[in-house]
Design a protein around this ligand. Structure first.
Ligand SMILES: [Zn+2]
Ligand SMILES: [Zn+2]
Length: 344
């Protein structure tokens, strides 16, 4: 097992380090370079400043009824809002951290390109390469990158979780998770579980053969259960915490979910249709004298627009939400996903 260190980025900032790389990670990267070993820096591919994070205390705004991180909605720049992707609840964005009043309460997310640039600046002379979906699109590019890594033509690889599986490089000794907070803040009931899995997986990339491996998880929330558990290789502890959260907030396996997703090239028409179906579902439920399932939304999907189509969703949560869906007529722009593995 590699040695896993959790780096508290709040402390880094307090001590004046504003770099995206903490002091312990920087030191480890420098040592690896000296020893002619390789390193990987993991960046979350969805890190595009979609949520708020306090750099002073690590606070991320959470929807109180869904226990999920709220997303930043800048649709109206004069009225920035926090919005829950699950239930649609929103509130005006505070100017200071609602938890500690710090003004260091800002959108969070870095991206692979920025980390590549920062790594080249911080480690001049190091051969830095980037591996993400932009680069990986070309045929044969994966094999070529693996060849370059195996031939040790790359010292520091910057990449997304696409890399987490399958790499087995003898000289790969340092793994840095640059922005562990992004995974935790994804508005999905599986976000904690996925973060735990990802961190456990990437930790396995370091020190696979004779050399010792060192893993650095950078985070503003070092006490978050998936991070603590991944650092201690504690699957059991994570499971117990996660199952309690699922039970409390009413997520699978304690309830069933159905997602109705509507696609339309016209935004207003799409939202209107999604709202119409949500209202009809509520009416049907109430007419049957039932308290459940919950009908949440309509809400813009996590990816609100794909190939020119606006995506709005309605979520149903309860013991048997499919029965209610069977009673409405959905047009061809709708798709129905029963027990979706993810809501992203
Ligand atoms: Zn704060
Ligand atoms: Zn909510």
């Amino acid at each position: 097992m590699p040695r896993v260190s959790v780096v508290d980025m709040r402390e880094q900032l307090k001590h004046g380090n504003r770099s995206v790389f903490s002091v312990p990670l920087t030191r480890a990267l420098l040592l690896a370079l000296q020893r002619k070993e390789q390193s990987i820096l993991f960046v979350n591919r969805r890190g595009s400043a979609r949520f708020m994070l306090c750099r002073a205390c690590g606070h991320v705004p959470i929807c109180s009824s869904c226990e999920l991180a709220m997303s930043l909605d800048m649709t109206d720049p004069l009225d920035p809002r926090l919005r829950c992707h699950h239930c649609g609840r929103s509130r005006r964005l505070e100017e200071q951290c609602p938890s500690c009043d710090s003004p260091r309460y800002r959108p969070f997310g870095v991206g692979t390109q920025r980390i590549e640039v920062e790594a080249k600046l911080a480690f001049p002379g190091a051969r830095v390469a980037r591996w993400d979906s932009d680069v990986a699109g070309h045929k044969g590019s994966h094999a070529e990158m693996v060849r370059r890594l195996e031939a040790h033509e790359v010292d520091i690889l910057v990449g997304t979780q696409m890399l987490a599986k399958g790499l087995d490089l003898p000289a790969m000794t340092v793994v840095g998770v640059v922005d562990a907070d992004v995974g935790l803040a994804l508005p999905d009931y599986t976000a904690q579980e996925r973060t735990f899995q990802l961190l456990s997986q990437v930790a396995g990339r370091a020190g696979r053969r004779d050399l010792d491996g060192y893993v650095y998880i950078q985070t503003y929330q070092p006490e978050a259960p998936p991070i603590v558990a991944a650092a201690n290789h504690d699957y059991r502890g994570f499971y117990e915490d996660e199952i309690a959260h699922r039970r409390r907030a009413g997520y699978p396996p304690f309830a069933r979910l159905v997602r109705l997703l509507h696609r339309d090239t016209n935004k207003e028409r799409g939202l209107e249709e999604a709202g119409r179906i949500a209202a009809e579902l509520r009416l049907l439920r109430d007419a049957a004298g039932r308290a459940e399932p919950d009908v949440l939304g309509p809400m813009a999907a996590f990816i609100p627009r794909i190939r020119g189509e606006y995506r709005y969703q309605v979520l149903l949560r309860g013991r048997n939400p499919s029965a209610l869906v069977a009673n409405v007529r959905l047009g061809e722009r709708w798709s129905v996903d029963v027990d979706p593995a993810s809501l992203l």
